[in-house]
Ligand binder design. Structure first.
Ligand SMILES: NC(=O)c1ccc[n+]([C@@H]2O[C@H](COP(=O)([O-])OP(=O)(O)OC[C@H]3O[C@@H](n4cnc5c(N)ncnc54)[C@H](O)[C@@H]3O)[C@@H](O)[C@H]2O)c1
Length: 322
Protein backbone atom coordinates (compact mmCIF):
# COMPACT_ATOMS: atom_id res chain seq x y z
CA UNK A 1 0.00 0.00 0.00
CA UNK A 2 1.16 3.51 -0.74
CA UNK A 3 -0.30 6.54 0.98
CA UNK A 4 -0.37 9.92 -0.73
CA UNK A 5 -0.80 12.91 1.58
CA UNK A 6 -1.52 16.24 -0.09
CA UNK A 7 -0.47 19.14 2.13
CA UNK A 8 1.84 16.64 3.79
CA UNK A 9 4.31 19.28 5.03
CA UNK A 10 1.62 21.13 6.96
CA UNK A 11 0.50 20.83 10.55
CA UNK A 12 -1.89 17.88 10.32
CA UNK A 13 -0.30 16.34 7.21
CA UNK A 14 3.18 16.02 8.72
CA UNK A 15 1.80 14.31 11.82
CA UNK A 16 -0.17 11.92 9.61
CA UNK A 17 3.00 11.15 7.64
CA UNK A 18 4.90 10.37 10.85
CA UNK A 19 2.10 8.11 12.12
CA UNK A 20 1.89 6.12 8.87
CA UNK A 21 5.68 5.81 8.61
CA UNK A 22 5.82 4.55 12.19
CA UNK A 23 3.52 1.73 11.08
CA UNK A 24 5.94 0.89 8.26
CA UNK A 25 3.83 2.29 5.40
CA UNK A 26 5.13 3.90 2.23
CA UNK A 27 4.22 7.59 2.21
CA UNK A 28 4.38 10.17 -0.55
CA UNK A 29 3.80 13.81 0.41
CA UNK A 30 2.83 16.50 -2.04
CA UNK A 31 3.16 20.09 -0.88
CA UNK A 32 3.86 23.39 -2.61
CA UNK A 33 5.43 24.99 0.51
CA UNK A 34 3.44 28.15 -0.03
CA UNK A 35 4.18 31.28 1.98
CA UNK A 36 0.96 31.42 4.02
CA UNK A 37 3.34 30.69 6.86
CA UNK A 38 7.06 30.09 6.61
CA UNK A 39 8.08 27.24 4.30
CA UNK A 40 11.06 26.66 6.65
CA UNK A 41 8.62 25.65 9.37
CA UNK A 42 7.00 23.16 6.99
CA UNK A 43 10.41 21.69 6.11
CA UNK A 44 11.15 21.25 9.81
CA UNK A 45 7.78 19.51 10.18
CA UNK A 46 9.10 16.84 7.81
CA UNK A 47 12.57 16.50 9.33
CA UNK A 48 11.87 13.09 10.90
CA UNK A 49 9.90 11.79 7.90
CA UNK A 50 12.73 12.69 5.51
CA UNK A 51 15.01 10.33 7.43
CA UNK A 52 12.72 7.37 6.69
CA UNK A 53 13.37 5.15 3.65
CA UNK A 54 9.63 4.76 3.03
CA UNK A 55 9.12 8.49 2.59
CA UNK A 56 9.07 10.56 -0.61
CA UNK A 57 8.53 14.29 -0.85
CA UNK A 58 7.26 15.84 -4.08
CA UNK A 59 7.12 19.61 -4.27
CA UNK A 60 4.13 20.32 -6.45
CA UNK A 61 0.98 22.40 -6.53
CA UNK A 62 -2.37 20.60 -6.53
CA UNK A 63 -3.60 23.14 -9.08
CA UNK A 64 -1.03 21.71 -11.52
CA UNK A 65 -2.93 18.71 -12.87
CA UNK A 66 -0.02 17.54 -15.06
CA UNK A 67 2.37 17.47 -12.11
CA UNK A 68 -0.18 15.63 -9.98
CA UNK A 69 -0.88 13.15 -12.75
CA UNK A 70 2.84 12.40 -12.80
CA UNK A 71 2.76 11.75 -9.05
CA UNK A 72 -0.15 9.30 -9.37
CA UNK A 73 1.52 7.63 -12.34
CA UNK A 74 4.93 7.34 -10.64
CA UNK A 75 3.78 6.19 -7.20
CA UNK A 76 0.35 4.59 -7.80
CA UNK A 77 -1.06 5.53 -4.39
CA UNK A 78 -3.65 3.10 -3.05
CA UNK A 79 -4.79 5.52 -0.34
CA UNK A 80 -5.05 9.30 -0.54
CA UNK A 81 -5.45 11.77 2.32
CA UNK A 82 -6.27 15.10 0.70
CA UNK A 83 -5.31 17.75 3.24
CA UNK A 84 -3.74 20.45 1.04
CA UNK A 85 -5.70 23.66 1.31
CA UNK A 86 -5.57 27.34 1.94
CA UNK A 87 -6.69 27.01 5.53
CA UNK A 88 -7.08 30.46 7.13
CA UNK A 89 -10.63 31.66 7.79
CA UNK A 90 -9.90 35.37 8.02
CA UNK A 91 -7.27 35.42 5.25
CA UNK A 92 -9.89 34.01 2.88
CA UNK A 93 -11.78 37.31 2.95
CA UNK A 94 -8.79 39.16 1.47
CA UNK A 95 -8.00 36.48 -1.14
CA UNK A 96 -11.15 34.53 -2.00
CA UNK A 97 -9.96 33.67 -5.51
CA UNK A 98 -6.92 31.69 -4.37
CA UNK A 99 -9.08 29.88 -1.80
CA UNK A 100 -11.46 28.90 -4.57
CA UNK A 101 -8.63 27.85 -6.91
CA UNK A 102 -6.85 25.65 -4.36
CA UNK A 103 -9.68 24.35 -2.20
CA UNK A 104 -12.18 23.74 -4.99
CA UNK A 105 -10.11 23.51 -8.21
CA UNK A 106 -7.26 21.65 -6.53
CA UNK A 107 -9.67 19.24 -4.87
CA UNK A 108 -11.28 18.55 -8.24
CA UNK A 109 -7.84 17.61 -9.60
CA UNK A 110 -7.35 15.13 -6.75
CA UNK A 111 -10.85 13.65 -7.13
CA UNK A 112 -10.34 13.16 -10.84
CA UNK A 113 -6.95 11.49 -10.41
CA UNK A 114 -8.30 9.28 -7.61
CA UNK A 115 -10.93 7.99 -10.04
CA UNK A 116 -8.57 7.59 -13.02
CA UNK A 117 -5.98 5.72 -10.95
CA UNK A 118 -8.65 3.67 -9.11
CA UNK A 119 -7.56 4.69 -5.62
CA UNK A 120 -8.86 2.24 -2.98
CA UNK A 121 -9.72 4.85 -0.40
CA UNK A 122 -9.85 8.64 -0.39
CA UNK A 123 -10.12 10.90 2.65
CA UNK A 124 -10.89 14.59 2.15
CA UNK A 125 -10.29 17.12 4.94
CA UNK A 126 -13.13 19.51 5.69
CA UNK A 127 -13.96 21.73 8.62
CA UNK A 128 -16.40 22.36 11.45
CA UNK A 129 -16.83 25.85 10.01
CA UNK A 130 -19.22 24.47 7.36
CA UNK A 131 -21.85 24.43 10.15
CA UNK A 132 -21.84 28.25 10.28
CA UNK A 133 -23.70 30.12 13.01
CA UNK A 134 -26.11 27.77 14.71
CA UNK A 135 -27.65 27.29 18.13
CA UNK A 136 -28.21 23.56 17.56
CA UNK A 137 -25.57 21.77 19.62
CA UNK A 138 -23.66 19.56 19.24
CA UNK A 139 -23.10 19.67 15.47
CA UNK A 140 -24.31 16.52 13.72
CA UNK A 141 -23.20 15.55 10.24
CA UNK A 142 -26.77 15.85 8.88
CA UNK A 143 -27.23 19.44 10.12
CA UNK A 144 -27.59 22.20 7.51
CA UNK A 145 -24.27 23.44 6.13
CA UNK A 146 -25.49 25.79 3.42
CA UNK A 147 -24.72 29.08 5.20
CA UNK A 148 -20.92 29.19 5.60
CA UNK A 149 -19.62 32.40 7.20
CA UNK A 150 -16.41 32.86 5.18
CA UNK A 151 -15.03 32.17 1.69
CA UNK A 152 -12.82 29.50 3.30
CA UNK A 153 -15.82 27.64 4.72
CA UNK A 154 -17.73 28.01 1.45
CA UNK A 155 -14.85 26.49 -0.52
CA UNK A 156 -14.57 23.55 1.90
CA UNK A 157 -18.31 22.97 1.58
CA UNK A 158 -17.94 23.06 -2.22
CA UNK A 159 -15.15 20.47 -1.97
CA UNK A 160 -17.38 18.20 0.13
CA UNK A 161 -20.15 18.43 -2.44
CA UNK A 162 -17.78 17.67 -5.32
CA UNK A 163 -16.42 14.69 -3.40
CA UNK A 164 -19.96 13.32 -3.15
CA UNK A 165 -20.61 13.84 -6.87
CA UNK A 166 -17.38 12.06 -7.79
CA UNK A 167 -18.19 9.18 -5.51
CA UNK A 168 -21.71 8.98 -6.96
CA UNK A 169 -20.44 8.94 -10.54
CA UNK A 170 -17.29 6.85 -10.20
CA UNK A 171 -17.58 4.97 -6.92
CA UNK A 172 -14.24 5.81 -5.30
CA UNK A 173 -14.71 5.08 -1.57
CA UNK A 174 -14.53 8.52 0.04
CA UNK A 175 -14.73 9.84 3.59
CA UNK A 176 -14.99 13.56 4.25
CA UNK A 177 -13.62 14.34 7.71
CA UNK A 178 -14.67 17.59 9.36
CA UNK A 179 -11.91 18.70 11.72
CA UNK A 180 -12.71 20.80 14.80
CA UNK A 181 -10.04 23.40 15.83
CA UNK A 182 -6.92 21.26 15.76
CA UNK A 183 -4.04 22.17 18.09
CA UNK A 184 -0.78 20.65 19.27
CA UNK A 185 2.93 20.57 18.36
CA UNK A 186 3.62 22.09 14.90
CA UNK A 187 0.35 24.02 15.20
CA UNK A 188 -0.20 26.69 12.58
CA UNK A 189 1.15 30.13 13.55
CA UNK A 190 -2.11 31.82 12.52
CA UNK A 191 -4.14 29.78 15.00
CA UNK A 192 -4.57 29.77 18.73
CA UNK A 193 -2.64 28.77 20.79
CA UNK A 194 0.45 29.65 18.66
CA UNK A 195 -0.78 33.14 17.85
CA UNK A 196 -1.57 33.83 21.50
CA UNK A 197 1.78 32.50 22.71
CA UNK A 198 3.66 34.69 20.20
CA UNK A 199 1.97 37.79 21.62
CA UNK A 200 2.23 36.71 25.26
CA UNK A 201 5.98 36.13 24.91
CA UNK A 202 6.44 39.62 23.43
CA UNK A 203 4.20 41.22 26.05
CA UNK A 204 1.75 42.29 23.35
CA UNK A 205 -2.02 42.17 23.79
CA UNK A 206 -3.97 39.23 22.44
CA UNK A 207 -7.23 39.92 20.68
CA UNK A 208 -10.11 37.94 22.13
CA UNK A 209 -13.46 38.03 20.40
CA UNK A 210 -16.11 38.98 22.98
CA UNK A 211 -13.26 38.92 25.52
CA UNK A 212 -13.36 35.12 25.17
CA UNK A 213 -16.63 34.99 27.13
CA UNK A 214 -19.45 32.77 25.85
CA UNK A 215 -17.20 31.84 22.96
CA UNK A 216 -16.48 28.11 22.81
CA UNK A 217 -14.21 26.04 20.59
CA UNK A 218 -14.04 22.28 20.47
CA UNK A 219 -10.24 22.10 20.62
CA UNK A 220 -9.05 18.74 19.30
CA UNK A 221 -5.57 17.40 19.80
CA UNK A 222 -3.68 16.68 16.59
CA UNK A 223 -2.86 13.10 17.65
CA UNK A 224 -6.57 12.35 17.96
CA UNK A 225 -7.28 13.91 14.56
CA UNK A 226 -4.51 11.81 12.98
CA UNK A 227 -5.92 8.65 14.57
CA UNK A 228 -9.30 9.53 13.05
CA UNK A 229 -7.85 10.16 9.59
CA UNK A 230 -5.86 6.91 9.73
CA UNK A 231 -9.03 5.05 10.72
CA UNK A 232 -10.92 6.65 7.82
CA UNK A 233 -8.14 5.59 5.42
CA UNK A 234 -8.51 2.01 6.69
CA UNK A 235 -12.32 1.94 6.80
CA UNK A 236 -14.45 0.19 4.26
CA UNK A 237 -17.01 2.94 3.64
CA UNK A 238 -18.71 4.05 0.44
CA UNK A 239 -19.28 7.78 1.01
CA UNK A 240 -19.51 9.29 4.49
CA UNK A 241 -19.09 12.65 6.17
CA UNK A 242 -17.69 12.33 9.68
CA UNK A 243 -16.95 14.87 12.44
CA UNK A 244 -13.55 14.59 14.09
CA UNK A 245 -13.70 16.69 17.24
CA UNK A 246 -13.14 16.36 20.96
CA UNK A 247 -16.82 16.85 21.92
CA UNK A 248 -15.80 19.05 24.86
CA UNK A 249 -15.91 22.73 23.91
CA UNK A 250 -13.70 25.03 25.97
CA UNK A 251 -14.56 28.66 26.66
CA UNK A 252 -11.87 30.81 25.07
CA UNK A 253 -11.10 32.82 28.24
CA UNK A 254 -10.57 29.53 30.12
CA UNK A 255 -8.32 28.31 27.32
CA UNK A 256 -6.17 31.44 27.68
CA UNK A 257 -5.97 31.01 31.47
CA UNK A 258 -4.80 27.44 30.98
CA UNK A 259 -2.18 28.59 28.49
CA UNK A 260 -0.99 31.22 31.02
CA UNK A 261 -0.71 28.61 33.76
CA UNK A 262 1.14 26.08 31.59
CA UNK A 263 3.54 28.56 29.95
CA UNK A 264 4.10 30.94 32.86
CA UNK A 265 3.45 33.95 30.58
CA UNK A 266 0.66 36.44 31.24
CA UNK A 267 -1.83 37.47 28.57
CA UNK A 268 -2.89 41.08 28.08
CA UNK A 269 -6.42 40.73 26.78
CA UNK A 270 -7.96 43.11 24.28
CA UNK A 271 -11.66 42.37 23.84
CA UNK A 272 -13.08 43.00 20.36
CA UNK A 273 -16.52 42.27 18.89
CA UNK A 274 -17.04 38.90 17.23
CA UNK A 275 -16.32 39.23 13.49
CA UNK A 276 -18.88 38.03 10.96
CA UNK A 277 -16.67 35.07 10.03
CA UNK A 278 -16.79 33.47 13.50
CA UNK A 279 -19.45 31.26 15.08
CA UNK A 280 -20.02 31.55 18.83
CA UNK A 281 -19.53 27.86 19.44
CA UNK A 282 -18.14 24.77 17.78
CA UNK A 283 -19.09 21.44 19.30
CA UNK A 284 -18.73 18.08 17.55
CA UNK A 285 -21.14 15.24 17.88
CA UNK A 286 -18.64 12.38 17.50
CA UNK A 287 -21.04 9.43 17.75
CA UNK A 288 -20.84 8.72 14.02
CA UNK A 289 -17.02 8.78 14.10
CA UNK A 290 -17.08 6.37 17.03
CA UNK A 291 -19.53 4.04 15.32
CA UNK A 292 -17.89 4.00 11.87
CA UNK A 293 -14.23 4.57 12.70
CA UNK A 294 -13.83 3.52 16.34
CA UNK A 295 -12.79 7.14 16.90
CA UNK A 296 -12.18 7.92 20.53
CA UNK A 297 -10.18 11.07 21.34
CA UNK A 298 -7.97 10.54 24.36
CA UNK A 299 -6.07 13.81 24.88
CA UNK A 300 -7.71 16.42 27.09
CA UNK A 301 -6.99 20.08 26.55
CA UNK A 302 -4.67 20.41 29.58
CA UNK A 303 -2.44 17.55 28.44
CA UNK A 304 -2.61 18.65 24.79
CA UNK A 305 -1.69 22.25 25.63
CA UNK A 306 1.21 21.04 27.78
CA UNK A 307 2.54 19.12 24.76
CA UNK A 308 2.00 22.16 22.56
CA UNK A 309 3.88 24.32 25.05
CA UNK A 310 6.80 21.85 25.27
CA UNK A 311 7.09 21.97 21.48
CA UNK A 312 6.69 25.75 21.30
CA UNK A 313 9.27 26.33 24.01
CA UNK A 314 11.82 24.18 22.22
CA UNK A 315 10.99 24.93 18.57
CA UNK A 316 9.94 28.58 18.62
CA UNK A 317 11.72 29.97 21.69
CA UNK A 318 14.76 27.74 21.20
CA UNK A 319 14.43 26.56 24.80
CA UNK A 320 14.82 30.16 26.01
CA UNK A 321 13.24 32.16 28.84
CA UNK A 322 10.02 30.88 30.32
N1 LIG B 1 -5.92 23.00 11.70
C1 LIG B 1 -7.23 23.07 11.88
O1 LIG B 1 -7.71 23.44 12.97
C2 LIG B 1 -8.18 22.66 10.79
C3 LIG B 1 -9.55 22.71 11.08
C4 LIG B 1 -10.44 22.33 10.09
C5 LIG B 1 -9.98 21.89 8.87
N2 LIG B 1 -8.65 21.86 8.61
C6 LIG B 1 -8.22 21.37 7.30
O2 LIG B 1 -7.18 20.43 7.51
C7 LIG B 1 -6.26 20.47 6.43
C8 LIG B 1 -4.85 20.65 6.97
O3 LIG B 1 -4.80 21.86 7.69
P1 LIG B 1 -3.52 22.32 8.52
O4 LIG B 1 -4.00 23.01 9.74
O5 LIG B 1 -2.55 21.21 8.60
O6 LIG B 1 -2.98 23.47 7.54
P2 LIG B 1 -1.50 23.74 6.98
O7 LIG B 1 -1.58 25.06 6.29
O8 LIG B 1 -0.50 23.57 8.05
O9 LIG B 1 -1.31 22.58 5.93
C9 LIG B 1 -1.79 22.66 4.60
C10 LIG B 1 -0.62 22.34 3.70
O10 LIG B 1 -1.10 22.39 2.35
C11 LIG B 1 -0.11 22.98 1.56
N3 LIG B 1 -0.76 23.56 0.38
C12 LIG B 1 -1.56 24.65 0.34
N4 LIG B 1 -1.91 24.90 -0.92
C13 LIG B 1 -1.33 23.95 -1.69
C14 LIG B 1 -1.31 23.69 -3.08
N5 LIG B 1 -1.96 24.51 -3.94
N6 LIG B 1 -0.62 22.63 -3.55
C15 LIG B 1 0.07 21.83 -2.68
N7 LIG B 1 0.10 22.03 -1.35
C16 LIG B 1 -0.60 23.08 -0.87
C17 LIG B 1 0.53 24.04 2.44
O11 LIG B 1 1.84 24.39 2.01
C18 LIG B 1 0.53 23.35 3.80
O12 LIG B 1 1.75 22.70 4.05
C19 LIG B 1 -6.73 21.59 5.52
O13 LIG B 1 -7.50 21.01 4.48
C20 LIG B 1 -7.62 22.43 6.41
O14 LIG B 1 -8.60 23.12 5.66
C21 LIG B 1 -7.73 22.22 9.55
Amino acid sequence: MTYLITGGAGFVGSHLADALLARGERVVCVDNFNGYYTPERKRRNLAAALEQPGFTLVEADIRDSAALEQVFSDYKPTHVAHLAAMAGVRASIAQPAIYEAVNVGGTLTILDLARRFAVENLVVASTSSVYGQTTKLPFEEGDPTDRPLSPYSATKKAAEVLAYTYHHLYGVPTTVVRFFTVYGPRGRPDMTPHLFMDRMVKGEPITLFNGGINLYRDYTYVGDIVAGVAAALAANLAFEIVNLGNAQPVQLCDFVQLLERISGYQAIIEAVPLPATEPLTTFADTRKARRLLGYHPTTGVEEGLSRFWAWYHHEVLGGGRR
